[in-house]
Design a protein around this ligand. Structure first.
Ligand SMILES: [Zn+2]
Length: 479
């Protein structure tokens, strides 16, 4: 039996522990993070906002949202949702709030071709914080070149040492020889593919991506191994058709229907017919019954499709760096982007027509009940940059004919559903994490107001979006 003294000591220890845990709730931020933290209050009320909740529900006006300790506690009409005493009130009159975006094709690297070789470089310092500035509170990296760096970045963000979103880190590209990118390793057997999944799962990677030259057997082994460990598999595929990947049990396919080799007549098994694929897609009519059949099969097989419209955006009459990101670029890259953009004006009719058709296919997939996800893919010709491109995603969904509420839902709740985190993130609902974007304008009146993000809240901490964007000007490509 414990003595009274022991009991007293025990309860004092318990009290100490409780106060310690309580103290750690208020996170400490490093000198790199603190200057961009605008709101740190525990109890916050966003009042008189136009609200798009991310569930697809209609836009609501004059709403109040309250959160405490990073969790949303109330949402309702401002008239009937009183601001609790002691709450920090932010008047959102004339402004819009949407959920923090959840985007699923967000690399931490950027293209740096040289000597005619396509190469990519890790953007450890610019990209994570630009995602956050662009309203993205959760990303999946959808293929890493430095998976250990990405895992370390994720931890540094959790620890308050770096600015950035919540991260679902994807393993390194799983690929056979045939992709001449110096940062991409090539496997020689399906055993190696399986070993990669196990190795990186042990180190905290949560998703996997196969690339365009894998075999069906590689994909089978990756899917089987990943699923056994509770992880999902996506693919930027070509050697394996969308139909075959769905049969094998892939969870997700990247890049809308841009990479589909399903319509190449004499397709050879396990071989990527890169040229014929482009041709077959350009020749395929928008209302092709073959495409409809593929869409239906993907939906039946529960395969999600990630739309990455920004990386395919044509040149003519469009921005150099999508979402007005040209000033973010380091001088050398900026110059080369301006030059190639000038050169391409009026010379991309085919890609303009194809882009339009691809938008229509993504919309058909969504309208038939398909699980469409949103992403940017900051690669390609270098016009797609973290943060800026994520805002551009929303504008492109509107251009494709999606409703505003669907565009937001695809870019928030539908991504969270895929990550199996919809109980915590993805929409503005009571009980969920306070991941919120405050837009300085009426998003319903003008979609380009998506570029006027004022504050991006992650777990109730409000970050200054314009200041983060400003701090990264001239840095992308370098850091
Ligand atoms: Zn990609």
């Amino acid at each position: 039996m414990k003595s009274l003294f022991q009991k007293a000591l025990l309860s004092i220890t318990c009290l100490l522990l409780i106060s310690l845990t309580h103290a750690t709730l208020a996170q400490e931020f490093s000198r790199a993070v603190q200057p961009y933290v605008t709101i740190e209050d525990n109890l916050v009320a966003l009042t008189h906002a136009k609200l798009i909740d991310g569930t697809g529900a209609a836009v609501k006006t004059d709403q109040t949202l309250i959160y405490e300790d990073g969790i949303i506690t109330a949402i309702g009409p401002s008239a009937s949702t009183p601001v609790p005493s002691g709450a920090k009130e932010i008047d959102c009159s004339g402004k819009t709030i949407i959920p923090g975006l959840v985007m699923l094709h967000e690399h931490i690297f950027y293209p740096k071709p040289y000597d005619g070789i396509f190469s990519v470089a890790q953007m450890t310092f610019t990209f994570p914080r630009l995602y956050l500035a662009g309203g993205v509170t959760t990303i999946r990296t959808a293929g890493s070149i430095e998976p250990q760096t990405d895992l370390n970045i994720k931890q540094s963000i959790i620890d308050g040492k770096m600015l950035g979103p919540k991260m679902d880190v994807t393993g390194p590209f799983i690929e056979r020889p045939g992709t001449p990118v110096p940062e991409v390793a090539a496997i020689k057997s399906s055993d190696e593919a399986e070993a990669m999944v196990n190795y990186w799962s042990d180190r905290g990677v949560n998703s996997f991506k196969v690339y365009q030259n894998v075999t069906k057997e590689d994909l089978e082994r990756v899917v089987k191994t990943a699923h056994a460990r509770g992880k999902k598999v996506t693919g930027h595929i070509c050697s394996v058709t969308y139909q075959e990947a769905a049969e094998i049990g892939i969870d997700n396919i990247e890049h809308g229907f841009f990479q589909s080799s399903d319509f190449v007549d004499d397709k050879v098994e396990n071989f990527c017919p890169a040229f014929k694929r482009g041709q077959s897609l350009r020749n395929l009519p928008e209302d092709s019954p073959k495409m409809k059949a593929l869409i239906d099969y993907l939906i039946k097989s529960n395969v999600a499709i990630t739309s990455t419209l920004p990386v395919f955006e044509p040149y003519t009459g469009r921005e150099i760096v999508l979402g007005n990101g040209l000033d973010a670029m380091s001088p050398e890259i900026r110059e080369s982007l301006v030059n190639s953009h000038t050169r391409m004006q009026g010379r991309d009719e085919a890609s303009q027509a194809h882009f339009k058709k691809q938008m229509a296919w993504e919309k058909k997939f969504y309208e038939a009940g398909g699980h469409l996800l949103a992403g940017t893919d900051p690669t390609g010709a270098g016009r797609t940059v973290a943060g800026y491109a994520n805002q551009r995603v929303i504008e492109l969904f509107i251009e494709a004919g999606f409703s505003l509420t669907d565009a937001i839902k695809i870019s928030s709740l539908d991504g969270a559903r895929f990550l199996e985190s919809a109980d915590k993130i993805g929409s503005l609902e009571v009980g969920k994490q306070a991941d919120i974007v405050l837009i300085d304008g009426d998003l319903e009146a003008d979609i380009s107001n998506i570029r006027k993000m004022e504050l991006v809240f992650k777990d109730g901490i409000g970050f200054n979006s314009p200041a983060i964007f400003e701090s990264m000007k001239g840095k992308v490509g370098m850091h």
